[in-house]
Every structure is written in C-alpha cells, then in structure tokens.
Design a protein around this ligand. Structure first.
Ligand code: C2E
Length: 352
C-alpha cells in the first residue's frame, strides 16, 4: 500500500473516502469484493498512480471489469505487499528455527563442557583410587556422563534434521510465491510486470549479442461482444483457451504473457520476421478453426479469432519503441477486418 493510501485510511477523511470507494465501485458496476475494494481504494485515493492510470484505461474501454481483471491488476500492481507479507512470515519461521537450533547447540556445548570436567575429575580420582569399589564408582559416573552426552548429541541431530526439513519447505514455498507473483492467475502465462521486465532484458541482450528479436501483440476479436452474449465466465474460458495455444508455441526462450484484458504478447528472442510470421499465422488459423462449446449448456460458441501485430527490433531500438510499432501493426490488423497478422515493417514500407 502506498504511503498516500495509508495516510488517507487513517486520516480525518477516512470514512468519506470509504463512501467514495463504494460509490465508485457501484458506478463501475463491480461487486464490492475485498480485492475490488483494495483496488478501488488505490484508484480513488491515489488517482495518479500507475494502478489508477491502468484502471482508468480499462474502465474507459469496452472490456468488462471481471474478477480475472481484478486479479491481473492485483498481481501486477499489488504484489509487493503480499510478497513482503510472505517474506515476513518466512522470516519469522526461520528466526524460530534458528533460535531452537542455537538452544540445542548451547545445551550440547554445556553437556560437553560438563563431560570434560567429569573426565578430568575421574582421572584425578583414579590416581588416588584404592580398590574396586572406588573404581566402580568412577566408571559409573563416567558412564552416566557419557549417556548424557549421547542424549544431547542425538537431540541436536534430530533438531538439525527437522530444521533442515523446515528450511526446504520454506524454500519451496518461497519459490511458489515468487512464481505466483510473476504469473497471471487466470491464464498461467507471465503477467504484465514479468513481461515488461523480460522484454527490457531481452532487448538489452539482443543489442549486446547482435541477434534479432521479434515481438507480437495478440488481441481476441470482438471479445466484449462475446462476453456480453455468453457471460464473463465463458469469456474467461476463451482467454484460457487462447493463452493455452500461445503457451504451447512459446516454449523457452520465447515468452508468452497476458498483456492486458484480452490482449497477449509473445517475445521471440533471436528470431526474425519471416519465421515469426509463419508461426503467428499458424496459431491464428488454429484458433479460428476450433469451434468452442459452452461448458454449462454445451451450446456451440463458434470459433473466436485473433488479430496480431508484430515488429522485429531494429538495432539500437528500445523495448518501448518495439512495443509501439507492434501495437500500431495490431491496430492495422483490427482496421483491416481482424483475423489477420500484420508486420510493422511492411506497414513502414507501404508508407515510404
Ligand atoms: P481446461 O478446461 O482446464 O482444459 C485443459 C485441457 O484439457 C484442454 O486444453 C484439453 O486439452 C483438455 N480438455 C478439457 N476438456 C476437454 C473436452 O471436453 N474435450 C477434449 N477433447 N479435451 C478436453 P485446451 O484445449 O488447450 O484448453 C485450455 C483451456 O481453454 C481449457 O482449460 C478451458 O478453460 C478453455 N477451453 C478450451 N476449449 C474450450 C471449450 O470448447 N469451451 C470452453 N468453455 N472452454 C474451453
């Protein structure tokens, strides 16, 4: 949560703010779920934040604001709070484990020290010992001291084993949290934040290695109409379907991401226009030829189509510029009747 929102929540206008948040949610026709409330709280109290600007863009557009949209925004703009909570929890468990291990080590150290003293004293006593009774008493003392050491050593070993297991569990948990923070919950593709980072990194690598990079933007045609006709749940299934097709072609090092509502992006590192265009046309045809069914009623939904724009990166070009050219090519696909693929380069050549 930003400092501005934190202050607003505890300031004199806090209740007025809560009313404005609810009014604004009502105007946008969204349910006052906890997640929507959190998003709208930012939207109303900090209108210039990147989250609020993205919400303004989405609310002004045609795409309905679904639970999936809310989750996507949360994953992209609110992950730090959640991540830091998880990290705090993991930190607390680790602290407890470390304290328990330190205590077990301390106990074992004290027992070892006491054992050393017992040995020294036994050795002194043996020098002055007379008869088997004295010796037997010394041996008995030594053997119970040895048992105590064995007991503490075994306790320490068990403690270390259990800590080891706990640390492994925490590591897996953190890995899962890290993956969740990078992934779009509905489609399981990379989320927008991950996409932005990957595109910047891969553009830098392409510049250093002198290799090509091509970026494609994919948008589902008439998605709003589809949602209005069949409902948001079926709309979400369509998003999952298109994502699954893109995910299948985008094996590492390619990166497929959900870029926004019904828009996706695919990065093709090291690849040039020719091969990418063929791959994009293949998925466009595959999607257009598949007839979908509504799960709840088995109604025939017909096929959905996608429009695609792509741009091959020029030497020295920034990630933002490649993105803008791919977006302009996508716009041309939409204007040319949809269900087609447009190369930004061919647009530039046509314009020259
Ligand atoms: P999902 O429902 O979790 O399905 C995952 C995968 O299981 C599908 O991947 C497909 O390989 C298989 N599968 C599930 N249900 C059926 C079925 O009734 N018949 C056949 N032959 N295979 C089935 P796929 O095709 O890539 O789809 C990915 C996701 O896209 C699905 O996830 C679902 O959310 C959505 N989807 C795909 N086709 C349809 C459809 O016709 N109607 C609806 N409502 N959603 C669909």
């Amino acid at each position: 949560m930003t400092a501005q929102v934190e202050t607003a929540l505890r300031g004199p206008e806090a209740y007025a703010l809560a009313h404005r948040v609810i009014d604004s949610m009502q105007q946008a026709s969204v349910w006052p779920t906890p997640l929507n409330y959190e998003l709208w709280l930012h939207y109303v109290s900090d209108p210039d934040s990147p989250l609020s600007r993205e919400m303004q863009r989405l609310l002004a557009g045609d795409t309905p604001f679904t639970e999936a949209t809310a989750e996507m925004l949360a994953a992209e703009f609110l992950p730090r709070g959640r991540l830091s909570e998880e990290i705090r929890d993991v930190g607390a468990v680790l602290n407890r484990e470390l304290a328990a291990v330190a205590e077990a080590i301390d106990n074992a150290r004290q027992t070892q020290a006491a054992y050393g003293e017992t040995l020294t004293s036994a050795s002194e006593k043996m020098q002055g010992a007379e008869g088997t009774t004295d010796l037997s008493a010394i041996v008995s003392t030594l053997s119970s001291a040895t048992r105590r050491v064995q007991h503490h050593t075994s306790t320490l070993e068990k403690r270390l084993e259990s800590s080891n297991r706990e640390v492994l569990r925490l590591r897996e948990h953190l890995e899962q949290v890290r993956r969740d923070a990078m992934t779009d919950a509905l489609t399981n593709l990379a989320n927008r934040k991950t996409f932005d980072e990957q595109l910047a990194r891969l553009c830098e690598e392409a510049e250093t290695d002198g290799k090509g990079l091509t970026l494609a933007l994919v948008d589902i045609d008439h998605f709003k109409r589809f949602n209005d006709t069949w409902g948001h749940q079926t709309g979400d299934q369509v998003l999952r379907y298109v994502a699954s097709v893109l995910g299948r072609i985008a094996r590492d090092p390619r990166v497929a991401a959900r870029y926004g509502g019904e828009e996706f992006a695919v990065i093709f590192p090291g690849e040039t226009r020719g091969t990418v265009e063929a791959a994009l046309n293949a998925i466009r045809e595959e999607i257009a030829s598949r007839s979908l069914r509504r799960r709840s009623t088995n109604d025939d939904l017909g096929a959905v189509t996608i429009s695609v724009g792509f741009a091959e990166r020029h030497v020295g070009e920034t990630a933002l510029s490649v993105l803008e050219r791919a977006d302009a090519a996508l716009y041309v696909s939409k204007r040319s009747g949809r269900n087609c693929v447009t190369d930004a380069e061919s647009m530039a050549q046509a314009a020259a």
